[in-house]
Design a protein around this ligand. Structure first.
Ligand code: AN7
Length: 358
């Protein structure tokens, strides 16, 4: 049967009816890639998997929630949607709104979103306003406006976003035939950790899985309000997607952490860049910097023997799933800045052979 996106596949678990118009780009069904290099690096008895969400239609996990948010907005007769975004939400909202034939307005922090994401919001025809402030300022504006005007907010405060995004945990469980022991992921506005945890709990209640994973979330060091315990006024990090100082789903993220006996910790920009290069060069998987926070977190905890100390099921290998939330091509500038630029060589055989050491 033809695959037709996460709503059709998981409608049993989603707030849709026969009357809901399904606006889809066939999002979801992303690969769960076995990480050879990382699994070996972690040592015997560990299986590391990469949930490559960068392969969604607009290049990030946001499409899972956006298909449902836009479908429900259409069902309710909305003619316009709005979001504040560090980039990926705006790219996704713009694409799904275009497909639905409704207006999309996005607020982005001026000068602080990656080039690929900006190009997406623009080419899909959204009205893009660069706000002279950070993401948190932009979100406050979007909340205020959508409270008073007939425009639907499609940030993850919109509960349909969370509902759609929880389908990623269903896919992981369907693939492994059980939940993993640990799930590692970046945390920004904290909608995604909320969604995954909701998904795992629902799958357990429905008898599809027997265990629940420990949820391990990672914020960037200069933007780590949940780790620090207070909002950050001027969040900083090269991982622009997660440069968020006052997450909307703060409480729900803490609940996911506490109920699962996991943790929310931080990683430095340096650790993020090292993990970003390692993933690209050892696993062949190109992600944007925010997504590399998952791998930076995995390595940070591994160094402290966290996984060995917290593994409960000695009978089988310990399975760890790392969520890779966005594609590397979203932020090509960062890739080029992280590596030496190509060397200029004359167009003659001798010069080229000398350069490549032949
Ligand atoms: C690649 O697009 O907040 O913790 O406005 O783009 O659910 O916020 C993006 C967030 C991780 C964090 N990885 O997820 C936005 C936005 C990538 C992201 C996150 C984002 P949440």
């Amino acid at each position: 049967m033809k695959y037709n996106g996460v709503i059709e596949r998981y409608k049993k678990y989603l707030p849709v009816t026969k009357k809901t118009p399904i606006i889809t780009l066939q999002e979801g069904n992303t690969p769960l890639i076995y990480a050879d290099y990382l699994s070996k690096l972690m040592g015997e008895n560990f299986e590391i998997y990469l949930k490559y969400e960068g392969l969604n239609p607009t290049g990030s996990f946001k499409d899972r929630g956006m298909t449902l948010a836009i479908s429900k907005a259409c069902e309710e007769g909305s003619k316009a949607v709005m979001c504040a975004s560090t980039g990926n939400t705006s790219a996704s909202a713009a694409a799904y709104a275009a497909r639905a034939g409704i207006k999309c307005i996005v607020f982005i922090p001026s000068g602080a979103i990656a080039l690929g994401k900006l190009s997406q919001a623009l080419i899909h025809g959204a009205q893009v306003l660069a706000i002279e402030g950070n993401f948190d300022d932009a979100l406050e504006l979007a909340k205020e406006i959508t409270k008073n005007y007939p425009i639907t907010l499609v940030n993850s405060l919109n509960p349909y976003r969370i509902e759609g995004q929880k389908t990623a945990s269903f896919e992981i469980c369907d693939c492994l035939r059980e939940a993993p022991d640990f799930q590692v992921m970046p945390v920004g506005n904290a909608g995604n950790i909320t969604a995954y945890w909701k998904g795992y709990k629902e799958y357990k209640e429905s008898g599809k899985i027997k265990i629940l994973p420990k949820m391990l979330g990672f914020q960037a060091k200069g933007s780590a309000p949940i780790v620090k315990g207070y909002p950050i006024k001027n969040p900083k990090t090269i991982a622009t997607a997660i440069r968020i100082g006052n997450p909307a789903s703060w409480k729900q993220a803490e609940a996911a952490r506490d109920e699962s006996k996991g943790m929310i910790d931080l990683v430095s920009d340096k650790e993020i860049i090292n993990a970003y290069k390692l993933l690209a060069q050892k696993e062949g998987v190109f992600v944007e910097p925010a997504s590399a926070a998952s791998i930076a977190g995995l390595l940070k905890l591994a160094k402290k023997d966290y996984f060995k100390r917290n593994t409960q099921y000695a009978r089988r290998n310990t399975q760890i799933v790392c969520i890779l939330t966005g594609h590397g091509l979203k932020d090509p500038d960062r890739a080029i800045k992280s590596i030496k630029e190509p060397k200029l060589v004359q167009a003659n055989l001798k010069a080229v052979l000398k350069e490549i050491g032949c």
